[in-house]
Ligand binder design. Structure first.
Ligand SMILES: NC(=O)c1ccc[n+]([C@@H]2O[C@H](COP(=O)([O-])OP(=O)(O)OC[C@H]3O[C@@H](n4cnc5c(N)ncnc54)[C@H](OP(=O)(O)O)[C@@H]3O)[C@@H](O)[C@H]2O)c1
Length: 393
């Protein structure tokens, strides 16, 4: 993550230990300024004493006024993480209404309010991360209220992702990590729950204890094979170039909406992956509606792809300067994007892949697999052979 978090401000809400602390230190180490915020600032300050570049602040996620005040004090922020949690454990018969309400208030409504007050302060490339948990995926007797709270947190993340794009919204669902969070179950209870919800594979149970593993926990972001912070390496004798661009056919229909109309509709999109950037969709010029692209005087230089010419995009009564671009003097090895144009994500009204609107950026299938609904018939082929005429998906 080196470089990507350097000089960024990262807010981590929660306690001074456990997962919150692991995130605070993991963000601080590559150069972020970390603010750890929680209900008891003094306890937090004591917990982080001796940790450089981690300062502390106050927030109670069940109190909107403290969230708004924290936002005022921060001004702007790059990344926000909420780990706060108040689990309401127990079987149905023993569940206390106030405890269940507090669980939702802390882990669902609190992060919702945090998003309300802090998202306007998050800049381009920023993110908002909240926590779900294993109980939502592995339903068990005794963790009903924890499960429904976590489930709601996941739906919250998906809803926020749509509304806050291009801010990236993540929900992390840890398995069972011995941060002290399970101590209330007692040793036998912990062992039983770990058996119920924990890893199933034999070799997992033979690994290091959870408490040791949690110390090496990492968040994987920008760590795919071609990313600047790739965690692995290609097994080749010579080092690869520092920067490598990768172009591939999207193989899905993509459309762009602007000025109340579709300005491009293509089944021949090329996706360009560039280190440190979200993938960008390049459309054949011939698939763009006539007169939508008005050449601009403005040109820039792409460090790998040479001269970039910009277009004003016009449709209906709408017009946006520098809203599309084309690389006009491509080196021979980059012919895949020749005669193609890309549209600035934020300048357009919407991008659709098949029949679904996509948010944030063109999908990167190396990070996430998205299944899209589509109205055309799906044809399955292997060479010239097709098992059945068509199937609908
Ligand atoms: N550990 C696991 O095995 C596991 C499994 C699944 C999911 N998770 C999730 O991962 C996250 C971190 O887990 P963890 O085990 O490291 O920590 P944790 O024990 O769940 O700590 C959560 C902390 O949130 C803080 N908090 C509670 N109410 C708050 C409020 N109203 N405003 C601000 N802060 C509040 C509390 O800190 P103070 O008491 O200092 O105020 C509390 O200790 C949690 O969301 C948890 O549910 C953990």
């Amino acid at each position: 993550m080196t470089g990507l978090l350097k000089d960024e401000t990262v807010l981590v809400v929660g306690r001074g230990g456990g997962i919150a602390r692991a995130i605070a230190c993991a963000a601080r180490d590559p150069g972020a300024r970390v603010i750890a915020a929680g209900r008891d600032r003094h306890a937090l300050a004591a917990a982080y004493a001796g940790e450089p570049d981690i300062t502390t602040d106050t927030v109670d996620l069940t109190d909107e006024a403290t969230i708004a005040a924290l936002g005022e004090r921060l001004g702007t922020v790059g990344h926000v993480v909420s780990t706060a949690s108040a689990r309401a454990r127990g079987r149905l018969a023993g569940l206390d209404r106030d405890a269940v309400r507090l669980s939702f208030d802390t882990k669902v409504i609190g992060p919702l309010m945090l998003a309300k007050h802090l998202s306007p302060r998050i800049g381009e490339g920023g993110s908002f991360t909240l926590f779900s948990g294993v109980a939502a995926a592995k339903i068990a007797v005794g963790t009903l209220a924890v499960a429904i709270t976590n489930g709601a947190a996941e739906v919250l993340a998906r809803s926020l992702a749509l509304e806050l794009a291009p801010i990236r919204v993540n929900a992390i669902s840890p398995g069972v990590i011995d941060t002290g969070a399970w101590d209330a179950l007692g040793e036998q209870g912990k062992a039983d729950y770990r058996k119920e919800a924990g890893p199933r594979r034999k070799q997992d149970s033979e690994r290091k204890p959870d408490s040791e593993r949690s110390k090496t926990m990492g968040l994987s972001w920008q760590q795919s094979p071609l990313a600047p912070a790739a965690v692995g390496r290609f097994l080749v004798p010579d080092p690869l170039p520092d920067r490598m661009l990768f172009a591939e056919p999207l193989r899905r229909r993509m459309r762009v909406r602007f000025g109340d109309t579709w300005i491009v509709d293509s089944e021949d999109v090329v996706l360009l992956h560039e280190p440190g950037r979200y993938p960008v969709a390049y459309f054949p010029l011939g698939d763009v509606t006539a007169d939508v692209l008005q050449p601009d005087e403005h040109t820039t230089r792409h460090r790998d792809l040479g001269t970039t010419s910009w277009y004003t995009v016009r449709a209906g009564t709408q017009s946006r300067q520098r809203a599309a671009w084309q690389h006009t003097e491509l080196p021979d090895h980059a012919g895949d994007v020749k005669g193609r144009v890309a549209f600035a994500w934020r300048a357009m009204d919407a991008f659709h892949e098949e029949d679904e609107r996509i948010v944030g950026h063109a999908a990167d299938s190396y990070h996430r697999i998205d299944i899209r609904s589509t109205s055309p018939h799906l044809v399955v082929r292997s060479g010239d052979w097709s098992p059945h005429p068509t199937a609908t998906c």
